[in-house]
Design a protein around this ligand. Structure first.
Ligand code: PLP
Length: 384
């Protein structure tokens, strides 16, 4: 196909060709690529749980008991008791009546939204929402209306003008945004949902395990659990494992088991993954020090960068350092790589023009000394 060649060429020409970089080893906040070891700031292993002995032990034990794969959908013979144990634990963790486990966050978002909404409905979506949310809305056939990022005022204007034209309506947002590292105004969104007779869905992929008194996420931290109808999150980031969940009412869970195509037509997650997820929830409960230390380090890193005049965004463990031009961001990334730091440039169209950036994903496994050294390195590399 001519198109294949064309697109690959064009991407290469623009310096935007995506390639894979296999690593031989990744653990404890470090990664080895092409025989060289780097401190890894691209991973979402925020709490270092992917190498936690409790998770590893739980996984190994369950492989011995239950084998490696389930080899069927949950609705056939792939439904294990441990899936239900995890769903009960997840519902309790998120403060909802029930929960349903999905094979990945991507599958959860495309499946949930497209099962619940259809043509004639409307979804109000934050402009910076994740691709899986956008894909879910497109798949549903509902009208997609985007509001300015974290701008409840803009959403209110759109609701006032558009809500009346559609049957069912959904407001959807991430709670901590992956490219900005900032938090959504969940209380305001919950109030608007009430006022305009909508439902509210929140994606806690980057907040689960980190925010809130019990580490349940930003929804817990902002005290809006009641107001969120569909509380989605993943096990593959701070929880160090794999898979996703929706915490919701029992009725919605029953509905999704019957209608959600990405749930029905896919082999269920293996017991080893589910066991690790359960262990991760225990560690979140038993070791609050991890999230405390992570957020302390994030605040320290942010402060150091601000003091030296760098442009940063957000208020979480994700620290975007705005550089501006794509070439500048790529160059800064290369120079840091030479100093043993793995942080990749994020460029348009992933982020707006002139806002190319380095996105530092901090981890519990990085100590303060490393962060301090990076700030010193950055000062030499980037003119402020
Ligand atoms: C990572 C991510 C997902 C997808 O989750 P996977 O389990 O990796 O498929 C969904 N939503 C957001 C906001 C994410 O950051």
């Amino acid at each position: 196909m001519a198109r294949v060649e064309e697109i690959l060429k064009e991407r290469a020409y623009k310096g935007l060709l995506r390639t894979l970089r296999p690593s031989l080893c990744r653990k404890d906040g470090c990664i080895t690529i092409d025989g060289k070891s780097y401190v890894d700031f691209c991973s979402n292993d925020y709490l270092g749980l992917s190498c936690h002995p409790k998770l590893k032990k739980a996984s190994k034990k369950s492989i011995d008991a239950l084998g490696t794969g389930t080899c069927a959908s949950r609705l056939l013979s792939g439904d294990l008791e441990i899936h239900h144990t995890l769903e009960e634990a997840t519902a309790a963790f998120k403060g909802k009546e029930s929960a349903l486990v999905f094979n990945s966050g991507y599958q959860a978002n495309i499946g949930i939204i497209s099962a619940l909404y259809k043509e004639g409905d409307v979804v109000f979506s934050d402009k910076l929402n994740h691709a899986s949310i956008i894909d879910g809305i497109l798949l549903s056939g509902a009208k997609l209306i985007r509001f300015f990022h974290n701008d409840a005022g803009h959403l209110a204007t759109l609701l006032k003008k558009e809500r009346g034209k559609y049957k069912e309506a959904l407001i959807i947002t991430e709670s901590i945004f992956s490219m900005e590292g900032d938090a959504a105004p969940l209380k305001e969104l919950a109030a608007l949902k009430e006022k305009y007779n909508c439902a509210l869905m929140v994606d806690e992929a980057h907040a689960t395990g980190i925010f809130g008194k019990h580490g349940a996420g930003m929804v817990e931290e902002q005290g809006v659990t009641e107001g969120v109808d569909y509380l989605m999150g993943t096990f593959g980031k701070a929880l160090g494992s794999f898979g996703a969940y929706l915490a919701c009412s029992k009725k919605i869970k029953d509905f999704l088991i019957n209608t959600c195509r990405s749930f029905i037509y896919s082999t269920s997650l293996p017991a080893a993954v589910i066991a690790a997820n359960l262990a991760a929830l225990e560690v979140i409960h038993d070791e609050p020090l991890r999230r405390k230390r992570l957020l302390e380090h994030a605040a320290y890193f942010r402060n150091c960068l601000l003091k030296r005049g760098f442009r940063i965004r957000g208020s979480s463990q994700i620290v975007p350092l705005i550089i501006g031009e794509s070439a500048g961001a790529a160059c800064a990334s290369d120079l840091l790589k030479k100093r043993g730091i793995w942080v990749l440039p994020i460029r348009p169209p992933t982020v707006p023009l002139k806002e190319a950036r380095l996105r530092f994903s901090l981890s519990f496994s990085h100590d303060k000394e490393i962060l301090k050294n990076i700030v010193n390195d950055l000062e030499k590399i980037i003119p402020v």
